[in-house]
Design a protein around this ligand. Sequence first.
Ligand SMILES: *[C@@H]1O[C@H](CO)[C@@H](O)[C@H](O)[C@H]1NC(C)=O
Ligand SMILES: CC(=O)N[C@H]1CO[C@H](CO)[C@@H](O)[C@@H]1O
Length: 486
Amino acid sequence: MWQEILPNTWESILSKIRSFGYSQKHAALVPAAALAVGGMLVYWLRSRNKIKTIEMGDGWWGSGERPVKGKEDESIRPFKIETSDKEIEDLHRRLEQARYTPPLEGAAFHYGFNSSYLQKVVAYWRNQFDWRKQVEVLNKYPHFKTTIEGIEIHFIHVKPSYVPHGRAVQPLLMVHGWPGSFYEFYKIIPLLTEPASHGMNEGDVVFEVICPSIPGYGFSEASHKQGFDSIAAARIFHKLMNRLGFKEYYLQGGDWGARITTDMAQMLPQSVKGLHLNLVFIPRRGLGRMISVMLGAYVPWLIGLTREDVRRIYPYVQKNIYDLLRESGYLHIQGTKPDTAGCGVNDSPVGLAAYILEKFSTWTDKSFLQKDDGDLERKYTLDELLTNVMIYWVTASIVPSMRFYKENLSKDPTLALNSRFGVHVPTGIAAFPQELAHTPQVWAKEVYKNIITYSYMPRGGHFAAFEEPRLLAQDIINFVRKVEHL
Ligand SMILES: *[C@@H]1O[C@H](CO)[C@@H](O)[C@H](O)[C@H]1NC(C)=O
Ligand SMILES: CC(=O)N[C@H]1CO[C@H](CO)[C@@H](O)[C@@H]1O
């Protein structure tokens, strides 16, 4: 039957075409047209699979008009942190003049920084903390500055003092976040530049480490123009790496550093050998997500959650919604009117210390909120904590550092990553248990398409490099080793 109908149908189509005035010769074009349509379909499917990248663009963030003539000064200038009697006297005077509001009875850190404990910190700062000595500590690694897009970019660049024969040195860019600084990496640097002599496993991977200050943070000049966001920072850091002569490099980041390095991987994937993160934040939105979170509580395997994921994300509302709300008030202020709150913290070192160090308490461990002194000194020394505060104080960079939130949250208030593009470079994720929110690997895969290592870290929180340098260094080494042997 088919054999009869088909030729008949074909015949009748041809006759219809003919009746429209076409000849049989023209009708032979039909298969050709079909071929063309098919070809277009294949092209469309292939272009859908093509890796989309963030456009690199260009920018200029200096003050006033962009100079029309003349190339930018591309020199790389050695830099040393300096201090003066005047700076220290001014600090001491302000510390002595501080006034405090007594904490509510039994409040610990629930209302924010306990001001009785703050007085102890300030007494240490005024009488024992030695900024001159800390400046020497900071200067033990080589610092540099170079001008990119009209602003001065500060970075440290540490090379291994000795490279065993035949070993390739991997360039690694490490990017900090808020309220941290390049100083967060001081303990991890030697573990990466000289892993074998520090007893790291698989110490055959050797790094040279570049830690820039995000523009507006510490010793990098702040943008003078509105709109300096993570994309601009990503582009500037690519330019920095290229200026240093690197064509391909590894990236590592947490906090804003995770966002900036992710943007870098989406911008120039061909330059990024691998991306290692200790923060992945992919907000869950929409009904589908809600259902999957609900299902996960009962049948986690159905949505790809491991037992450890379940332990870390449930009870969901408490751990993922309430904790985040309580810990993100600062984000709302900085994402809307940073300059107003910034007036106070930029003028008072005591206010600045409370504002910054409260985060080093709760983001290191949420339960530290219950402690009278926020358990600040359990994981860090006061010298370490105050050195980080001083980097903000002496550079007056707290306001520009806060503005970075506004510049990045205006278009997308959820802190979401650029999920439209996906990340296709090899990616390693270190999931620390006390991180603000846990992101299971199945969720991370929505953005990071090529996860090579995903590790449930045994302990540690948001400031991983500062708090658990050995654990983080080992995870970076394991990841890079895998990528190199792919
Ligand atoms: C604040 O911290 C001090 C310890 O530095 C402690 O003695 C005091 O009880 C704490 N106050 C509150 C309200 O938690
Ligand atoms: C204004 C704004 O929201 N800017 C950007 C912040 O960062 C993300 C990606 O990291 C960009 O997509 C936004 O455009």
